[in-house]
Design a protein around this ligand. Structure first.
Ligand code: HXC
Length: 528
């Protein structure tokens, strides 16, 4: 080592020895379960725990914590299997210059299984993240509770779940699933805000295919039971399924770009790069006047928000509803919409869950909500009724009513019945409600209304079809428009679709610093 220009003496032999020992220990800890196991990991198309952290964080920003934590157990030969770090890497670093806490399970050490030592590390990490007010990103790739540690491992999980719950709504929590995530271990990611799964390597399940077959007799493969596509499109457990680990990590970085660090922070506003008054004329012809004809709400959303800013969440689940983040004149917002292209935009159980959770996330983190309503109503049917569409639908009302962030609503076409109310209507205290000229705001569609109101007249009519047409037209003229609602002040203005962007930008500017208040209570009792 060069001599110090200020004349300090070089390290003496004792210091040199101790410093070398530390470097050696660090290098040893960095090896994880060893080169052979790292090779196996690579052969499966997976990165190692450390490589994943390096890919996730800004270069050189990672600060590792607790790298020397090791377990203290001896049963089942564990005393011969002690590793620095105990199968999980924890620490903090930066993403796009903003601080985050991070952990990464190391599959090369006892299969990334979770024991007392890993629990201690995560508890410390979660507590630090709460104190610092920064997001936690967890990379999951492990065999779940460390079997050899018995109840100590379960206790560690319990402490983690407790902290996941307390952190909910305070700091964003994001889970990447890049390997197995089995048994009770799934409940930590399930308690976090977003789950991202890699198609090539991830699976999540409470019990694996063998147990399923033994208990229920069902034969199912791993992918079908708990692969990325299953959870992103059928169960709704995952928010994103992407091809591989690199994409999972890139998506995590992108997602964070829309989120505040904590519930007192502001979501990052970007310098506006798009004309706030941009009016795309094609929008005025996008929505078919015939309300039975579909159109793609995502085309409208893409055109209204800042260029290329729409970032869809759960794109493959309950596609009759669309949710995601976007920017409006640089400011992040949460977007919720019915999708007329899929099941005519009807609201069913899955769409209710999808919308509710997203609205609550945005409200918890002060992200304004922009809602687009075009729905024929709630999904009819025995399966939906028996599945509890009543309580699931009620959750949307609850979430919007409770949300105190700025709430802006655009009724693009159908706003029928209860579904009109639940989609962030004036009556749930939306701050501004706009409707397009073709909006139909009524208790129900004209056909259904005529059948109920005029059953006798229709029965008695000589030409039933002509009578039905006449009555339907009358109902449509009276109710199938936005002007009755506008007369009543339920709609603040009727606007052209091409005017939407400018009107939303102005409304968001007005309400940006809104401070909504709820009555004092411990917490409500949302109909789960
Ligand atoms: C201890 C474990 C382990 C575990 C895996 N290993 N899971 N060690 N506890 N839970 C070890 C293996 O013994 C093996 O060690 C090494 O990790 C790699 O495992 P393999 O089986 O060789 O790898 P692979 O074929 O890729 O299969 C991975 C796996 C499988 C799918 C994760 O190992 C598995 O099914 N593990 C058990 C999963 C499970 O049931 N966990 C408990 C869930 S219950 P060696 O030395 O031989 O290489 C739970 C309760 C939480 O988590 C409750 C909270 C309330």
């Amino acid at each position: 080592m060069d001599s110090d220009p200020r004349g300090f003496p070089p390290e003496d032999d004792r210091s040199a020895h101790l410093n070398a020992l530390l470097r050696e220990k660090r290098a040893h800890a960095a090896e994880g379960g060893g080169a052979k196991r790292a090779e196996v990991q690579h052969a499966k198309g997976k990165f190692t725990a450390r490589e994943r952290i390096d890919l996730l964080l800004d270069e050189g920003s990672f600060q590792e914590l607790d790298r020397f934590v090791a377990h203290r157990h001896t049963d089942f030969g564990l005393d011969a299997q002690k590793y620095d770090g105990d199968g999980i890497i924890t620490g903090f670093g930066k993403i796009d210059g903003r601080p985050v806490c991070v952990f990464s399970q190391d599959f090369t050490i006892l299969g990334g299984s979770f024991g007392e030592g890993a629990g201690l590390k995560l508890v410390k990490l979660m507590d630090a993240a709460m104190q610092a007010g920064v997001p936690v990103i967890g990379i999951n790739d492990g065999g779940g509770a460390r079997i050899q540690e018995g109840v100590f491992s379960l206790a560690a999980f319990g402490e983690l779940f407790y902290r996941n719950t307390l952190a909910s709504g305070v700091i964003p929590q994001i889970s990447l699933i890049l390997g197995p995530c089995a048994g009770g271990a799934v409940y930590s990611p399930a308690l976090t805000d977003f789950i991202i799964m890699s198609r090539s390597t991830a699976n999540m399940f409470i019990t694996g295919p063998k147990v399923v077959q033994a208990v229920t007799g069902e034969e199912v493969d791993l992918e079908t039971l708990g692969g990325a596509d299953t959870h992103a499109s059928r169960s709704g457990v995952a928010h994103f399924a992407v091809e591989n680990e690199k994409q999972s990590i890139a998506l995590t970085r992108k997602l964070l770009g829309y989120l505040p660090l904590n519930n007192r922070d502001e979501a990052p506003v970007l310098p506006p790069a798009d004309d706030p008054a941009r009016a795309d004329a094609f929008l005025d012809g996008l929505i078919p006047a015939d309300s039975s004809q579909p159109y793609d709400i995502k085309v409208l959303i893409e055109a209204i928000f800042d260029h290329d800013s729409f970032f869809e969440v759960q794109p493959d689940y309950a596609m009759n509803a669309v949710i995601g983040f976007a920017r409006l004149h640089g400011q992040p917002v949460g977007v919720v919409a019915n999708q007329p292209l899929y099941l005519a935009g009807v609201i069913d159980i899955d769409a209710s869950d999808k919308i509710t959770r997203f609205v609550r996330f945005c409200d918890a983190f002060n992200i304004p909500l922009v809602t687009f309503c075009d729905t024929p109503g709630f999904m009819p049917g025995v399966a939906q009724e028996h599945g509890g569409i009543i309580r699931h639908g009620a959750k949307i009302i609850y979430a919007y009513s409770e949300a105190t962030v700025p709430k802006l609503t655009v009724i693009t076409r159908k706003g029928y019945g209860g579904a009109y109310i639940v989609m962030s209507s004036r009556h749930l205290h939306a701050d501004q409600v706009f409707a397009y000229p073709g909006a139909e705001i009524a208790v129900m569609g004209a056909d259904g209304a005529v059948s109920i109101l005029y059953r006798r007249e229709l029965d008695d009519a000589e030409d039933k079809e002509a009578k039905r047409l006449e009555l339907t037209q009358e109902y449509q003229d009276k109710f199938a428009n936005p002007y009755r609602a506008a007369e009543a002040g339920y709609v603040d203005d009727v606007i052209l679709p091409s005017e939407t962007r400018a009107r939303l930008v102005a409304a968001l500017e007005l309400f940006r610093d809104k401070h909504g208040k709820l009555p004092a209570k411990k917490h409500g009792s949302i109909p789960m």
